[in-house]
Design a binder for this molecule. Structure first.
Ligand code: GLU
Length: 454
């Protein structure tokens, strides 16, 4: 069975770029009847906060993502410790003592000698005595590196070793392990970097597909090696999607408040508009609003994601939101209108939905149509509106009433265009632009229309 996971660190709010990762996984899994794990990567216990985890869960829920399982790495340390011990025993995880300064000097030396700036594995040459001295006399604490299999005879003579995988999005990928340093899996203070816990969990939870941003491509080569060292189960299938960029080509940071899912929610965007943009931007599909994730899931396949970055303009979101509202059937809008105590029924919804950017603007239009502000008119307009009163057709009012009324007014007064329509619009709604009056007139009715004409 297809099993995916979305693995945020709860160290901040998620933004639309993170939502893209979550959505791509969700849509892929649900299309295949699979399951979705929400995994909180909270091994960094200082920076991880429950309030962020709660906010992330709420944001996913708002977008329509309901995880089948939620796991927290902070509750799974025994598994990581067991894997750590196994790797140490197998000689695949080894202690290193270099300080960041020493590593930097070593890097420069290698560059100066025309060698690739990767870690030279000096720590593998240390004897037990050397290590004891470093730990006891110098008080150094080891960090631990994973030994990449990029050599045949000795780890000091590396050779081109290709790791490849068929990426769901980017196609055939190759990384040369000899171009990488042995990755640090455990820091000097004993805490885990993300790689080991992530691999342990993916194996343990039976994750079949890992979709994430293309900033993880190199990590994948390393992780495939860690997977092989940990288990002989099938490796997960990987897919790396392009990252969203802002208009100027900059990356979206998790702390970028304005595009956090939470703030888009608070600003009144529809979840369908946010999810559609997060999914469809940077793909070969047209960016169109879909109200439900099930509709997006029908369209979406990983192959549609393009390889170049996806530029994101928040203004696009406004357009999508209004398109989504325009397409919203009355039966969907009804409960929300009721909640806001807005009457007018289907006729009102049909009249004003085309004027909405955000749903809550319905209140503005409801009061414009129910009890418009009084406006002042010039003498000529007052005379014109007096005539309009006389020529107002009898009830019943329907969609034709407006055109009958204005045709006879035009004939009678010689007015046309703006001079004809604008005073009527101002008298009926109190504002100069808005919903089509042919739809407004039947809602207002004859008696009230007469009352609004001065
Ligand atoms: N916690 C990692 C991140 O947010 C997860 C990456 C992954 O999906 O493996 O970058």
């Amino acid at each position: 069975m297809t099993k995916v996971r979305f693995a945020p660190s709860p160290t901040g709010k998620i933004h639309i770029g993170n939502a893209r990762t979550a959505l791509l996984n969700w849509l892929y899994a649900k299309k295949r009847g699979g399951s979705f794990i929400l995994r909180f990567d909270d091994t960094d216990q200082e920076r991880s906060k429950q309030e962020y985890a709660d906010a992330i869960s709420a944001d996913l829920d708002w977008m329509g993502i309901k995880p089948d399982q939620v796991v927290r790495q902070s509750e799974r340390f025994p598994l990581y410790d067991e894997a750590r011990d196994r790797l140490i025993k197998a000689g695949l995880l080894y202690p290193c003592y270099e300080t960041p300064d020493e590593l930097e000097r070593q890097r420069k030396r290698r560059l100066g000698r025309g060698l690739p700036p990767v870690y030279d594995r000096s720590a593998l040459k240390l004897s037990d005595d050397d290590r004891q001295k470093l730990e006891e006399e110098e008080g150094r604490k080891p960090h631990w590196r994973f030994l990449l299999k990029n050599f045949e005879k000795t780890p000091f003579e590396t050779q081109r070793t290709e790791v490849f995988w068929q990426d769901l999005i980017r196609g055939h990928q190759v990384v040369d392990l000899a171009s990488l340093s042995d990755p640090v899996l455990i820091r000097g203070d004993g805490t885990y970097l993300y790689t080991l816990p992530s691999c342990v969990d993916d194996v343990d939870l039976g994750v079949t597909h890992v979709m994430r941003g293309d900033d993880h491509v190199t990590n994948t080569a390393v992780q495939l090696e860690v997977f092989k060292a940990l288990s002989d189960k099938d490796l997960p299938v990987f897919g790396h999607h392009n990252l969203l960029q802002d208009k100027t080509g900059g990356g979206l940071s998790k702390r970028l408040g304005s595009l956090s899912i939470e703030s888009l929610h608070v600003e009144g965007y529809e979840p369908g508009a946010v999810a559609s943009l997060a999914t469809l931007i940077g793909t070969s599909l047209p960016v169109e609003p879909k109200a439900e994730l099930s509709e997006l899931s029908k369209l979406f396949e990983p192959e549609v994601v393009t390889k170049s970055a996806a530029k994101f303009d928040p203004e696009d979101l406004k357009g999508l939101n209004s398109r989504l509202l325009q397409a919203m059937p009355y039966k969907t809008a009804k409960a929300r209108l009721d909640e806001l105590n807005i009457g007018g029924g289907e006729a009102f919804w049909e009249a004003i939905k085309g004027n909405l950017t955000f749903f809550n603007e319905v209140s503005y239009w409801w009061s414009a149509i129910q009890s418009p502000e009084k406006v002042d008119f010039s003498q000529e307009d007052l005379a014109f509106l007096g005539k309009a009163k006389q020529l107002l057709p009898q009830e019943p009012f329907d969609e034709e009433t407006w055109s009958l009324w204005t045709k006879s007014l035009k004939q009678d007064t010689g007015r046309k265009g703006k001079a004809l329509f604008l005073p009527l619009r101002r008298a009926l709604t109190g504002v100069e632009s808005g919903p089509e009056l042919k739809a407004v007139l039947p809602i207002v009715g004859r008696k009230e229309t007469l009352a609004r004409l001065p």
